[in-house]
Design a protein around this ligand. Structure first.
Ligand SMILES: [Mg+2]
Length: 372
């Protein structure tokens, strides 16, 4: 089997609100075609037109090439070798950031092809599944006021979620408002629902973060996520050493090298590689093993469409230890309708897809409607 085409398709809803930290308003779809008629699907949650350029660009020289040009004519089943080929072929402009994001979407599509070619779900080819279902946490943006927060949390509990994360929005705007929002969330959630607070880079430094995490402790956050800039590794170290509450970060980090460094230098409790940015399914499995060696939990970051959901579920199914699946509940069309599958909640859990490859189908009508 040979790869004949690597397509990068930008999808975008007509009315994007760019002031919100909501990446489910657009998407970058990867479609890899082969000479045997099999097609693989992947996605990248990054800046879509930049990723498209990285896929489509012609080769400049041996270590600065667009990724599609490196793959056409190759055997799509040799995923590790192709990962190395893309990494090496983009090393002058890549190594982290958008080039690794583009590689991630391609890696996901290659696992989809391999699963379809062998008639097996991707998680089985990765050595799993270790579980058939995984506990979901609802992931949504923090509302603006305590009253709205109570309403959103009560609604999610009513839908059957046993864990809820509230992120970005007003976090960090005012130290007292942070505490009022957390209190409203805990009152609405009751005692038995886990709450995660995603500060979305909202606190200025580690000392502020230490004070605020201590003030949040009465509301029992399961973790506090990303209070500081991703490059403030010394700040994360200071914070993680000072508080009992779990600290989570890593959604902007990429590759095994990036995560090994992050874990060594910060001592955080939870790392959050995104399968569409950190290097794909292949690299997230390697990162999860590195985390395991250090007693750090891996809870994949996953915001937006059914493709990211499916790819994340296969990685989580193939990890010996996995606690939660991040279930984005944004009501954007791309999040809700790009895949035919809707990933229904069963007892607060989501089932791992068991069809070949990623086990999902794209709704071509949605692709046509939102393609730019
Ligand atoms: Mg986050």
């Amino acid at each position: 089997m040979k790869i004949t085409e690597v397509e990068a398709i930008v999808l975008r809803q007509p009315d994007v609100d760019t002031s919100k930290a909501d990446g489910s308003q657009d998407a970058l779809l990867i479609r890899i075609r082969t000479d045997e008629g099999l097609t693989g699907i992947g996605e990248v949650d990054s800046l879509p037109p930049v990723v498209k350029a990285i896929v489509d660009a012609p080769a400049s020289h041996a270590i600065a090439s667009g990724l599609g040009a490196l793959l056409v004519g190759e055997n799509p089943l040799e995923i590790d070798r192709l990962w190395e080929k893309m990494y090496r072929g983009s090393i002058y402009y890549g190594r982290r950031g958008a080039a690794i994001h583009a590689m991630s979407g391609i890696d996901i599509a290659l696992w989809d092809i391999k699963g379809k070619a062998l008639g097996q779900p991707a998680c089985r080819l990765l050595g799993g599944p270790h579980r058939e279902r995984i506990r979901a946490y609802a992931s949504t943006l923090m509302p603006e006021t305590p009253a709205e927060t109570a309403e959103v949390v009560a609604g999610l509990v009513g839908r059957g979620f046993t864990a809820i994360k509230l992120g970005w929005g007003p976090w960090g705007r005012d130290p007292d408002l942070d505490i009022e929002l957390a209190a409203a969330a805990r009152t609405a959630a009751g005692d038995d629902v886990e709450l995660m607070f995603d500060i979305g880079l909202g606190w200025p430094d580690a000392d502020h973060a230490i004070r605020q995490v201590r003030r949040l402790e009465p509301f029992r956050p399961y973790w506090v996520e990303e209070p500081l800039w991703p490059d403030d590794l010394a700040g994360y170290r200071k914070l993680a050493d000072a508080v009992e509450t779990r600290i989570a970060c890593g959604e902007e980090e990429a590759t095994r090298w990036g995560f090994a460094d992050l874990m060594e230098r910060t001592g955080v409790d939870v790392v959050q590689p995104d399968v569409t940015r950190a290097g794909g399914i292949s690299e997230c499995i390697r990162i999860a093993h590195l985390a395991d060696l250090r007693g750090v939990s891996t809870v994949l970051h996953s915001w937006s469409t059914g493709i990211i959901k499916a790819a994340s579920l296969h990685v989580l199914a193939a990890m010996p230890r996995a606690t939660f699946f991040e279930y984005c509940v944004q009501e954007t069309a791309l999040n809700q309708a790009l895949t035919v599958e809707r990933f229904p909640l069963e007892d607060g859990m989501v089932r791992i897809p068991d069809g070949p490859g990623l086990g999902i189908e794209i709704d071509d009508e949605v692709v046509r409607r939102y393609a730019v």
